[in-house]
Design a protein around this ligand. Structure first.
Ligand code: 6PG
Length: 255
């Protein structure tokens, strides 16, 4: 497995999507075990999209899932489509369909974002999530953003280099809050709730999970120093580490 190290981040290239998902799931299990050994709890942020489902399916099948005390894992989402609970297009539904509930999590520690069945508007859903994030804080708030001490934030990347629901050139990029309501998303559905850059970057580790040659240009642009407005993915860094987990197809344009 080739490794490419830069001063700012690590890029790990796996052979194909299945190996990428399996290796990332193993990495996640061990990161949760490490966090629990250090702090008693693990706080993780899930991504939507195909990689979000793939890593959960791999985790469910991995023997390393037994390294984690799942009742002591808090699960959050980086973004959600503003759709009713159970809608097949919700990131939450897709994570549950991939087997999230079979891990043995405590239901009270799983924090989906609200849809129209629980909040009248995306703004209300955003406000509810910001409060839930603040109530999940356990210690000091060095970054002043009032979110839990996330151990790992996972992010899929779109072909336009978006992450979560932070799209190139979109006004939501400028939010300084913990979460932001997103309208007119270029990727359907148009209304979404997203964590902001400030929240994502408060994480100890930020991992990007990217598969497929349709993402090659976005990966190269993100790692090539494009601006935050042009390539939101490229500008997100973890406090301790930033790791790009990609398959060979997504790495095609890296040199
Ligand atoms: C969403 C996702 C989004 C996704 C990327 C990558 O709600 O649509 O959160 O940010 O992660 O678009 O998606 P794929 O892994 O399916 O390419």
């Amino acid at each position: 497995m080739p490794l490419v190290e830069t001063p700012e981040r690590l890029v790990v290239v796996h052979r194909d999507k299945q190996l990428l998902a399996d290796a990332s799931a193993a990495r996640l299990a061990l990161a949760c075990a490490d966090a629990q050994a250090s702090r008693g709890m693990a706080q993780i942020v899930l991504t939507g999209g195909s990689m979000g489902s793939a890593i959960i399916a791999s985790l469910v099948a991995s023997p390393l899932r037994n390294a984690v005390g799942w009742t002591m894992v808090e699960v959050w989402w980086g973004d959600e489509r503003y759709l009713d609970t159970g809608d097949p297009d919700r990131n939450e539904t897709q994570a549950r369909d991939a087997g999230l509930d079979s891990l043995g999590l405590d239901a009270f520690r799983v924090h989906p974002m609200a849809g129209p069945d629980r909040a009248e508007s995306t703004e209300q859903a955003t406000g509810l999530y910001a409060r839930e994030l603040a109530s999940g804080m356990r210690g000091p708030d060095p970054r002043g953003v009032s979110v839990p001490d996330f151990d790992v934030v996972m992010l899929g990347v779109g072909p336009d280099a978006h992450v979560a629901s932070l799209f190139p050139g979109h006004p939501a990029l400028k939010s300084q809050a913990a979460a932001v309501a997103v309208h007119n998303s270029p990727k359907p559905p148009p209304d979404r709730v997203s964590l902001t850059f400030r929240s994502l970057e408060s994480a100890r580790q930020v991992w990007f999970l990217v598969s497929g040659d349709d993402k090659a240009e976005a990966v190269a642009r993100s790692l090539g120093g494009a601006s935050r407005e042009e390539a939101p993915a490229g500008s997100v860094h973890g406090r301790e580490s930033t790791v790009w987990l990609v398959d060979r197809a997504a790495a095609t344009d890296l040199r």
